[in-house]
Design a protein around this ligand. Structure first.
Ligand code: SF4
Length: 373
């Protein structure tokens, strides 16, 4: 086993770092996965008790962006918090071991924690040519995945590549790349799609497993509902512009500069289940695609990212029903000159599923054009 040096302290127990910060994030994470606030103290106790679940992290066809986004988090350091909850026994990018020593580390980690460890898979798995496209230590990616997953207590596919194949599986997919759920058909695989995956979604899943030994409720694609239960469109700060029928038509035009809705530039937000609009990346406000003026490209959806053309519009009839109230307030009249009627419609849209679906279908025809009222 090797220990990751997390800047010389353990956030679960180190008062200098801020045990209060640790508890605060645990509380937020507990709430996010639907656990009571009292669970936070239990999580902290568990983390400081030494009874941490082992974690074995495998890499295949990927850019390592998911590991990078985890390690680049800050204030509080989510990566550090996760690493304080688990014992990271194998991670090819972070570990110092190489060659036979690395192989031994993997085998020892599996044997030591049989049936209890978390197996995290990052990257797609090539299946063509007897797995010749990706071998580690002379073994194919398929063999390594099958062996490691067979004795795992929980399996998590992190990122779009591990979840659904991602870029490696895009046409023509010469390596026969597949996501972990396809390779491990019949097993429960928690998918955390995203390009990269949001570290908070791993934190929530790891917190629950580390504390209670259970997994969060999952949707039909294996995504935790606490993070992927709503579409981007429901909590998008540009939503009031959508409801008012105000769209950027081209990159750099007046509407784009004014922060109008990006639907006509190909935004997949209405059909993309994810929480990016609420949990921005690396804790930098506005650090997410729509926040910096680019349409959502649907990286958490199996049928959108790397499958649908980047700037094609999603069909209005494919919008899922909206749920619950939105988080962002309507765009103000001062900023956008929005009419009271439009504001009312926006309120209805984010306040009720039926109203939301009605507004969406009323404003956008199936060919993506705004309908006149
Ligand atoms: Fe936001 Fe995209 Fe929906 Fe427009 S279409 S409101 S930019 S999610």
């Amino acid at each position: 086993m090797f220990e990751i040096a997390t800047r010389g302290h353990d956030p679960a127990t180190d008062d200098a770092f801020g045990r209060r910060d640790f508890l605060k994030v645990c509380t937020l994470a507990a709430a996010a996965v639907g656990l009571p606030a009292s669970a936070a103290e239990k999580m902290a106790q568990k983390a400081s008790s030494g009874a941490k679940p082992a974690l074995i992290w495998l890499h295949f066809q990927e850019c390592t962006g998911c590991s990078e986004s985890l390690l680049r988090t800050s204030a509080p350091d989510v990566g550090e918090l996760i690493l304080s909850l688990v014992s990271l026994d194998y991670h090819e990018t972070l570990m110092a071991a190489a060659g036979h020593q690395a192989e031994k580390t993997l085998h020892d980690a599996i044997a030591r924690s049989k049936g209890k460890y978390i197996c995290i898979i990052e990257g797609a798995i090539p299946t063509k040519a007897s797995g010749a496209f990706c071998k580690v230590g002379g073994r194919t990616a398929v063999d390594i995945v099958n062996e490691t997953a067979a004795s795992a207590g929980a399996i998590i596919a992190i990122g779009s590549c591990a979840s659904f194949g991602g870029i490696p599986a895009a046409d023509p997919n010469p390596t026969g790349a597949q996501g972990a759920p396809q390779v491990l058909a019949g097993k429960t695989v928690v998918t955390l799609p995203g390009c990269p995956a949001n570290p908070y979604n791993l934190l929530g899943t790891a917190l629950q497993y580390a504390t209670f030994g259970t997994l969060p409720a999952l949707d039909e694609l294996g995504r935790p509902k606490f993070a992927y239960g709503r579409v981007i469109h429901e909590d998008c700060p540009r939503r009031a512009h959508f409801d008012a029928g105000r769209f950027a038509q081209r990159f750099g035009d007046e509407g784009h500069r004014q922060g109008y809705c990006l639907y006509k530039l190909g935004c997949k937000g209405p059909a993309t289940h994810a929480n990016c609009s609420l949990n921005h990346f690396v804790e930098v406000p506005g650090a997410w695609p729509i926040g910096i003026g680019h349409p959502c490209f649907g990286c958490t959806e199996q049928k959108l990212a790397f499958r649908a053309p980047l700037h094609s519009t999603v069909d209005a009839k494919d919008f899922p029903p909206l749920t619950g109230p939105g988080t962002y307030p309507p765009i103000t009249a001062e900023r956008g000159g929005i009419s009271p009627l439009a504001t009312g419609l926006a309120g209805l849209a984010v306040g009720a599923a039926a109203a939301g679906g009605y507004v969406a279908s009323r404003k956008i025809s199936p060919d993506g054009e705004k309908k006149e009222e």
